[in-house]
Design a protein around this ligand. Structure first.
Ligand code: SAM
Length: 428
């Protein structure tokens, strides 16, 4: 019944508002309970959170922050359905009223009914955050960093739905044979610059793609595939993946037959890692350790280091719309401090002439080039190397002083930053 779905969706939204990621909230609820419709509502409310809340605030006498959280969640789902789906308005209103009654909020039934009846399908938000579906602070930061022209031409891309991309596991199959397997099942695809990076024309469950059980591919965003490619890998090199969990890039590193140490302060989803390891035929185990100190280090320097740093994830809003609800500007300075600490500690464990790739899925210069600037100012053996990824218009790739900034693009993937640094002899 529709009102059962509304109640479950409201419970999931409340978990997200309390700070859980959308993915984690949906995982907890379990795939069998969460229908495509519930998923669409919960994702939809997060994706359109700013305009939906603006309309709701205009219709409610009580400030939204003072509303009971279950009532608020049911109202947001109602407004979202009325403005962004083809559901019949009378059905949305009556099922929402029924849902709130069954949540033992009888007294709110009148409010839900009265508010949802007044929702305008073509509501035009007055605020910038409502228009762009992004928090004001983020719009401001992006304007400061990239200018007004960027805001006008690229802001919409931040909210675009991102495609499903695969990376061919060359340990198991050649790109050519994998493409042939897709064609044999009439699965449409495009190659994104590399024959190992395959974008599917229509997303589908991974297990229905040929070669899933055989480990022919992993699902990985096109931008996220780039950092490992910049490491100039050769077999037997000693490589550190310093922030490795859940392990996507570590599996990519292992395809190059390197001697890999994978480290993470919080090696979560280890069951996923074990299953993927077996499926892909790539033995990965992630060691628990804090890469801001050397407690975990055996004293032997690394030829290559990947630092895929914890960050604001502002480049992944299209894929993870909850990021724009969770992220707060006051978190940024702690993030930058940690990024600086990680980079300077890891620089010590890099061998002379070694290469370190610093990557984030952030769009904010303070988490990206500014972190490298700090390292270069405090060390005299840092040389920034040219990346093989070239600047372009689609996806938009803009060179920075040290690295490059990729912006999200619905035909490509997430926003990302990468810089490639070599440890050279200090200038005497
Ligand atoms: C962007 S994610 C890494 C994603 C991973 N490289 C992949 O491709 O699957 C950042 C990771 O940094 C880890 N992390 C945060 N602080 C850390 C620290 N001080 N030492 C090691 N890992 C840390 C987090 O636990 C998180 O798993």
């Amino acid at each position: 019944m529709r009102n059962d779905d509304i109640r479950l969706a409201a419970r999931l939204l409340i978990r997200v508002f309390r700070g859980e990621s959308l993915e984690a909230a949906l995982d907890v609820a379990g795939a069998t309970l969460v229908s495509a419709r519930i998923r669409a509502w919960v994702y939809g409310v997060c994706r359109h959170y700013f305009s939906v809340s603006e309309q709701l605030a205009a219709l409610c006498r009580t400030p939204l922050t003072k509303l009971d959280r279950e009532v608020l969640a049911v109202l947001l789902i109602g407004v979202y359905q009325l403005t962004h789906s083809n559901a019949k308005p009378y059905a949305v209103v009556s099922e929402s009223v029924e849902a709130i009654k069954r949540m033992h909020k009888q007294s709110a039934a009148f409010l839900v009914n009265a508010v949802l009846r007044k929702v305008e399908r073509d509501f035009k938000p007055a605020s910038l955050s409502g228009k762009h579906e992004l928090p004001d602070w983020l719009i401001e930061k992006l304007r400061d960093a990239y200018g007004e022209k960027f805001i006008r031409s690229h802001l919409a891309c931040l909210n675009s739905r991102m495609p499903q991309c695969l990376r061919v596991n060359q340990h198991k199959i050649s790109p050519h044979s994998f493409h042939a397997a897709l064609r044999s099942q009439n699965i449409g695809y495009t190659l994104l610059r590399q024959d190992t990076t395959v974008r599917l024309c229509n997303p589908q469950p991974s297990h229905s793609i040929p070669g899933y059980s055989e480990g022919w591919f992993t699902v990985q965003d096109a931008s996220a595939q780039l950092p490992v490619r910049e490491l100039d890998l050769q077999p037997k090199l000693r490589v550190l993946d310093a922030c490795a969990a859940p392990g996507n890039k570590a599996f990519q590193l292992l395809e190059h037959d390197v001697e890999l140490i994978a480290l993470d302060i919080n090696p979560t989803r280890s069951a996923w890692c074990e299953t993927e390891s077996k499926r892909l035929g790539l033995p990965l185990s992630i060691t628990e350790g804090d890469a801001t100190n050397k407690g975990w280090w055996d004293g032997c320097p690394f030829d290559r280091i990947l630092l895929d740093a914890p960050c604001s994830a502002t480049g992944t809003i299209g894929r993870h719309p909850d990021v724009k609800i969770h992220r707060k500007p006051e978190q940024l300075s702690a993030l930058k401090d940690r990024q600086v600490q990680l980079l300077s500690n890891l620089w010590d464990v890099l061998a002379p002439d070694g290469v370190l790739v610093y990557a984030t899925c952030s769009l904010l210069p303070e988490e990206n080039d500014a972190v490298i600037v700090h390292l270069a100012e405090t060390h005299d053996d840092v040389r920034s190397e040219t990346l093989s990824v070239r600047p372009s218009d689609r996806p938009l790739i803009v060179p920075q002083e040290f690295g490059i900034q990729l912006f999200p693009d619905p035909d490509w993937g997430d926003g990302f930053y990468l810089a490639k640094l070599r440890k050279v002899k200090p200038v005497t």
